[in-house]
Write a protein that binds this ligand. Structure first.
Ligand SMILES: NC(=O)CC[C@H](N)C(=O)O
Length: 214
């Protein structure tokens, strides 16, 4: 019997259900991951948006931090959105005291980079590997990528055409224009924004391709 890959969604905290729902629309098998046994059974892992400090503390107290590090070091494909990007970063700016990450991606990520009063905004992003149309990206207290290592491919940057959403304001476009918000290095993919909150499934489909190649 041929079956597709199983994609785990780290289910300690954050928007787990939204990722599982998108996987379902793509016909992929999603599975929440809370234990190291559940982690052993997946072919790829999504780390959702949420709050990276909470996710880190829970991963540590559930004894998942080291298993996560080991699997990712050994080549498990992983995709992190927002807090998930923070969890995959090798280096953090504005980390909470003592905050650790899983790491694996040779990037420096600045937490809450778009500013305190700018809790939330949407922007159209050119995302060449996904083609047309541009990606409508939702940023919620989002990080940006401050710097990338040599082997990291930059997939998208903020173009400055941002619109306010809810009570938040559009960010000052001069300060944010050109900021890196999506990267890939080998089997690791990360975005500052939340594709799981829009109907656009192209990032998840792209991640499924990475998993299938691996
Ligand atoms: N929407 C998000 O995932 C926000 C991330 C959050 N600011 C953090 O540091 O974890």
């Amino acid at each position: 019997m041929t079956t597709g890959p199983t994609i785990g969604v780290l289910a300690l905290q954050g928007d787990v259900r939204e990722h599982l729902a998108i996987l379902e629309t793509l016909g992929a098998r999603g599975a929440p991951v809370r234990t190291s046994e559940e982690l052993d059974g997946v072919d790829g892992l999504i780390i959702p948006g949420g709050e990276s400090t909470t996710m880190w503390r829970l991963a540590r107290s559930f004894g998942l931090l080291e298993p996560l590090r080991k699997h990712i070091h050994d080549g498990l494909p992983a995709y992190g959105s927002c807090a998930g990007m923070i969890m995959l970063a090798d280096r953090l700016e504005e980390a909470a005291p003592g905050q650790e990450t899983i790491g694996g991606l040779d990037i420096t990520v600045r937490r809450n980079a778009f500013g305190r009063q700018v809790d939330s905004f949407e922007a159209e992003l050119d995302f060449p590997v996904l083609g047309e149309p541009p990606m409508r990206a939702v940023f919620i207290r989002a990080p940006w990528v401050e710097g990338v290592g040599e082997r990291v491919e930059v997939l998208a940057r903020v173009a400055g055409r941002a619109t306010g959403r809810g009570v938040a304001h559009a960010p000052d476009s001069e300060a944010v224009t050109g900021r890196i918000v999506a990267v890939r290095a080998g089997r690791l993919l990360a975005t500052s924004f939340h594709p799981e909150l829009t109907a656009d499934a192209r990032i998840h489909a792209h991640f499924l391709e990475i998993v299938k190649e691996a």
